[in-house]
Design a binder for this molecule. Structure first.
Ligand code: ARG
Length: 466
């Protein structure tokens, strides 16, 4: 496309009031085309809906509308096929498109901007973009949840140590641990759905900030663009970036969840743990140490959280203290959201792949599940149930048994009955039934507990909702 402005002449959009063009630095700080060209499809969609409404309301002629729509469709295919020259002098995507439209269709192009402003235009484009991104995030989270449900089903009976403080606490099932992530990503997905609901209002027609005197129909454009309804306050509409902040906030929370999963995969895949083995597809080797298999993807997912948190804080800070309505500060919103969206998509996709591909070392998990006196609580519970001891006394008796096992260098289940009876005479050989990890997990049938039967119920619950 031929550049129709030059630095010396004043701007073609508002040149009437200006004697000269901007300083080079002004142009550089002002331009957003470098990043907001990403909004081209939304910008064109929005303009087509706006022009169609203007013609329907008799504000522009049907003939001009047809020229505008045709021209916009040409521009769309030019951009999609890489045959569009974006110009920084034209500042942003809105003016790049409009200037090209003028070249293509002549004076009719000048009618498109009737009853709107770039303030409601950018609010529209960005909302449309964020909405699509949220819909994509929702689908990706559904895939990640599905991956976990499959692994949970496969490993509903696989025992592993459950941890608190990263110290062995009580045996759990790997299926149960997987389902913890299903709950976390399920909450993330419901935050995504709420965010879609919040932003599902059309800003176009708010104009600069005060609305317009033209007889526009905002319900018509809202409907044409797939929004539930138009926004209700034109000042708020051009001031509002809550939808972008909500996206970043939910991305930050989701990314925090992903980083915890990443960290567990990093720990579990060490030779010291050996609970899981990463697939070749999601690990890297070392250029110097031939034996190594590194969890780089998991580490990068862990690190992306820093970037996403940074974007959230950046936009909150950009918006803080801004007077109503639009200020140019708000142009700084897009890069934060684009960068966070790219990071989040990558992180979810990498984790979905890793979860599907992980090889689970059930023997290592089981061996670890039984070490560290993980069934001590089961011994205490047995004393309460079978010997009628108050829980605090049972805790004390069990503590002595653990100390004895520790001094002998054996597990609780390996202590001879006589030793246990010396600590508390009520202990019978029935106690050995609860000292195995399988018996321990099978007994935890409380709602949401780790027993395989409970885990299967939770899998069924989520299958019905995924
Ligand atoms: N490029 C601007 C942005 O991204 C578009 C809106 C400009 N509005 C204005 N009054 N200067 O926010």
């Amino acid at each position: 496309m031929a550049d129709s402005t030059d630095t010396k002449s004043s701007n073609q959009m508002w040149g009437g009031r200006f004697a000269s063009g901007p300083d080079a630095i002004m142009e550089e700080i002002n331009a957003s085309i470098g990043f907001d060209k990403k909004l081209f499809a939304q910008d064109i969609r929005g303009s087509i809906a706006h022009a169609t409404m203007l013609a329907h309301q008799g504000i522009i002629s049907a003939e001009d509308k047809d020229k505008i729509v045709q021209g916009l469709n040409t521009i769309l295919s030019e951009i999609e096929s890489g045959n569009f020259e974006f110009s920084r002098k034209l500042e942003d995507i809105h003016m790049n498109v409009e200037a090209r439209l003028a070249t293509l269709i002549g004076p009719a192009a000048g009618r498109l901007h009737t009853a709107r402003s770039r303030n409601d235009q950018v609010a529209l484009d960005f909302r449309l973009w964020v909405k699509e991104e949220l819909q994509k995030t929702e689908r990706m989270l559904t895939d990640l949840i599905a991956a976990f449900l499959d692994r949970a089903e496969e490993h509903a009976e696989t025992v592993m140590p459950g941890f608190t403080h990263l110290q062995t606490a009580q045996p759990v099932t790997f299926g149960h641990h997987c389902m913890a992530y299903v709950e976390m990503f399920g909450r993330d997905r419901s935050r995504v759905r709420h965010a879609i609901e919040h932003l599902d209002e059309s800003p176009i027609g708010s104009a600069a900030l005060a609305g317009t005197g033209y007889p526009i129909d905002r319900h018509m454009t809202a409907k044409a663009l797939g929004f539930r309804e138009p926004t209700r306050n034109s000042i708020d509409t051009v001031s509002d970036r809550d939808f972008a902040i909500e996206f970043l906030a939910l991305a930050a929370i989701c990314s925090m969840h992903l980083s915890r999963l990443a960290e567990e995969i990093v720990i579990w895949s060490t030779p010291q743990f050996g609970f899981v083995r990463l697939s070749d597809a999601f690990s890297t080797g070392s250029s110097i140490m031939p034996q190594k298999k590194n969890p780089d993807a998991a580490e990068l997912v862990r690190a992306k959280t820093g970037r996403i948190n940074g974007s959230l804080i950046a936009l909150l800070t950009i918006m803080k203290g801004l007077p109503l309505a639009y200020s140019k500060d708000m142009q700084e919103d897009k890069e934060q959201v684009f960068d966070a969206a790219e990071s989040l998509e990558l992180a979810i996709a990498a984790m979905t792949g890793m979860v599907r591909d992980l090889t689970i070392n059930t023997a290592r998990m089981k061996a670890a599940a039984g070490s560290g006196y993980s069934t001590a609580t089961d011994l205490a519970d047995w004393l309460v149930r079978e010997a009628g001891l108050p829980f605090r006394d049972a805790h004390h008796v069990t503590g002595r048994a653990v100390a004895l096992a520790e001094s002998k260098g054996c597990d609780l289940a390996e202590l001879p009955l006589a030793d246990l009876q010396a600590i508390n005479a009520a202990i019978s050989d029935k106690v050995y039934d609860v000292l195995t990890v399988e018996a321990s997990v099978a007994s935890r049938k409380s709602f949401g507990g780790t027993a395989p039967s409970e885990v299967r119920k939770q899998i069924a619950y989520w299958r019905a909702r995924n």
